[in-house]
Design a protein around this ligand. Structure first.
Ligand code: KG4
Ligand code: ZN
Length: 344
């Protein structure tokens, strides 16, 4: 049997995304980024995100369809949460309209299930089973165990800030720009991670949860003290650069220690066969290397392209494929609503 063609839409945050997928295969993957709109505010501004999604959604969907030579899909899939409510709404309403026009089933997808399955995009072979997924994005930090795809057990998550959020806040405090993750990764390459001591909250807690707000607060005090000292005694350009690069390196290292400590604990407890990584923060090569070392000898699956770590609709289409097989369709399309705090 031919695998279904799925038109997938994601407008959960600051990228307007549409993709056409067939099984795990991606036929097109279009992303209209809003980074330029939000950069000057140092973070996503919800009403500006909504307006930009409204302006772009039609073009992005048409572009995705044209690139894949698709006329009508077998189903439409859309992210219903978690995410920014006003942003989610735009994608959901557009997907509802298309599914009704074409008389095709609509599939509601959890954005985090998309990230969870993003490493399977375009991958051949059988479905993974008995796996642990570590999902680290701007809004989430989660450890999930699954005996098989679709049967997820949330093992732990952040109790306050997500790791990506903490990286974005560090960059904002250092006036480096937005999004912070990629800038911090670049600067950290030139810094010494052991030259600044930062706390790793929850490192010794028995559970599998995370916390990053204490790390952020510690960095804030260090920056304040540094600024006060330099305004009193002056500073050279080199020592300013050193402070910034060392802080970025130490911050990134503290995040790595936090993630790998809990991952190791989860591996010992659940004995998975494979680890799946997903979410924008794993664009970071240093963090991926640290996770691979921790997971050894287990295989670690990651998305095959950089743009599949951060938000995209290809991962939503691939997640929707398993729902399609189970005929897990929205029963009453008219009443489908966003679920901004949807969880596993
Ligand atoms: O998964 P994602 O695109 O959006 C959410 O669902 O939240 O993740 C965005 C997050 C941002 O916090 C961004 O700073 C972070 O991913 N990020 C990175 C890197 N690239 C993006 N963090 C660390 N290193 C990177 N290279
Ligand atoms: Zn995301």
């Amino acid at each position: 049997m031919c695998q279904p063609l799925i038109l997938a839409i994601d407008t959960s945050c600051d990228e307007t995304c549409a993709a056409v997928t067939q099984g795990r295969k991606v036929l097109s993957n279009v992303i209209a980024s809003q980074i330029n709109i939000h950069a000057k505010y140092g973070g996503v501004v919800p009403h500006l995100a909504k307006r930009a999604h409204e302006a772009k959604i039609g073009f992005v969907v048409r572009d995705g369809m044209t690139r894949s030579h698709l006329v009508t899909p077998d189903a439409v899939a859309v992210t219903v949460g978690p995410g920014l409510a006003p942003a989610l709404e735009i994608g959901i309403n557009y997907a509802k309209k298309l599914a009704q026009e074409w008389h095709k089933p609509l599939i509601a997808i959890n954005h985090m299930e998309g990230h969870l399955l993003s490493s399977l995009i375009n991958m051949e072979g059988s479905d993974p089973s008995m796996f642990i997924s570590l999902l680290v994005s701007g809004g989430h930090t989660q450890l999930v165990f699954a005996k098989k795809i679709g049967h997820y057990q949330l093992l732990g998550q952040t109790l306050d800030d997500a790791a990506g959020e903490a990286l974005d806040k560090l960059a904002k405090m250092l006036k480096l720009g937005y999004p912070g993750g990629p800038i911090v990764e670049e600067l950290a390459k030139k810094g010494n991670p052991d030259s600044i001591k930062l706390p790793v909250p929850m490192q010794y807690s028995k559970d599998l949860n995370f916390s990053f707000s204490g790390l952020k607060t510690a960095a804030m005090y260090l920056i304040k003290t540094h600024d006060k000292n330099t305004s009193e005694v002056g500073t050279s350009f080199t020592s300013e650069v050193n402070f910034t690069t060392n802080l970025c390196a130490a911050f990134q290292q503290a995040i790595a220690v936090s993630l790998t400590t809990k991952l190791k604990k989860a591996i010992d407890q659940y004995q998975p066969r494979v680890i799946l990584l997903g979410g924008g923060v794993f664009s970071n090569l240093y963090l991926r290397r640290r996770v691979r070392l921790t997971a050894r000898p287990l295989p670690v699956f990651v998305p095959y392209a950089k743009k599949l770590f951060t938000d995209n609709a290809a991962m939503i289409g691939v997640a929707a494929y398993w729902h399609f097989l189970k005929k897990d369709f929205v029963k009453d399309i008219d009443s489908l609503d966003r679920q901004p705090s949807l969880n596993f």
